[in-house]
Structure formats: C-alpha cells, structure tokens
Design a protein. Structure first.
Length: 184
C-alpha cells in the first residue's frame, strides 16, 4: 500500500528532475558554434601552409561557418581539390573535398559510366579513410565528419588535411568511369 502512494511521488520527482536538466539554449549553441569556428579558423591558418597540406583557407562569403580552399600542385590526375570545411548546427565539423578534373567537378550525371562511377565510390568508401559520395547536384566528393561532443579535435583535423593530397590516386582510379581514360 505504501508503494502505491510513493510510486506517483517518485515518478513526479523524476519527471521534475528531467525537466530541469539544462539543454543548451539557442544562444549557448550559437556561442559554442562561433567558438568552434574561431578555433577552426586558427587551426586552418596554422596548418594550411604546412608541407603536405599547402592549402590557403578563407572564410566563405556565402556561408560564414564554412572555410574554403583549393589544393593544387603535386597532383597527377586531378587538377585540384576544392576543400570545404564547415561547422554545423549539430556540433560537428564536416569536410567536403571536391576533385577538379578537366576543368570541372567530377559529376555522376556527366560521367561516361555513371553507374560504374557510383560503384567505384562505394568501393572506395569501404577501403579509404575518407568516405566518398555525391552531393545533390551529383558532384563527387570525399568527406569526413567529426563530432565536437568530446572537445575540439585539432590533431584529427590535421590528419584529414594531410589526407587530401593522396586522394589524387583515387581520382585516377575513377578516370575510366569519368571519361574512359586510364590513369597515367
């Protein structure tokens, strides 16, 4: 009988405690996002010029939580890689790395063998550190996403930056599907 009377009280106390656990307010989330952006700005400014990375990043004019840069030089298959690094609303840092090939992005719909290119992307995602995908326009990219829940991943971001140049090899593997040519 005592249990029956205590159960509703315990339940109400638990519900009250759950309601008081503070979720981040919109202002706190925005402040955390701005802080993460500034840490990312500093990291990209320090790491971008390093040998093996060699990318000058700038803040995007269209999206203030994105930084963009282009990797050129030392590449055999791609003309370059456009790198977009952004801080999301959901406490993540996302990389999207778009290969330039013969004057434009690699695009699924414009490829000589789109189905073969998609199969290759899936296979590369299984064997690579970075995943491969296509955006809403069909443009191919390599990507990586970090969560910020455990803090700012400085060293891990730099590892991804060093991983951009070696993506050129995989563009070479895509060439038969893009335009029918073989990698040199």
């Amino acid at each position: 009988m005592l249990r029956r009377r205590l159960f509703p009280l315990v339940l109400l106390a638990l519900l009250a405690c759950a309601g008081t656990t503070s979720a981040q307010t919109a202002a706190e989330k925005e402040a955390a996002r701005v802080t993460a952006r500034e840490k990312l700005r500093q990291l990209l400014a320090a790491s971008g010029p390093k040998k093996g990375i060699e990318i000058a990043f700038r803040q995007s004019e269209k999206q203030p939580f994105n930084f963009v840069g282009v990797k050129r030089g030392g590449l055999t298959n791609a003309e370059g890689f456009e790198v977009v690094v952004g801080i999301s609303n959901d406490e993540t840092i996302g990389f999207r790395i778009y290969p330039y090939y013969k004057g434009s992005y690699v695009n699924i719909d414009k490829a000589r063998n789109g189905a073969g290119l998609m199969r290759k992307l899936l296979n590369l995602s299984d064997h690579n550190f970075l995943f491969w995908g296509a955006d809403d326009a069909g443009d191919v990219f390599a990507g990586y996403t970090f969560t910020l829940e455990s803090g700012f991943p400085e060293r891990a971001v730099e590892v991804v930056l060093y991983s951009i140049g070696p993506l050129d090899k995989y563009v070479g593997e895509m060439r038969p599907f893009i335009d029918g040519t073989a990698a040199p």
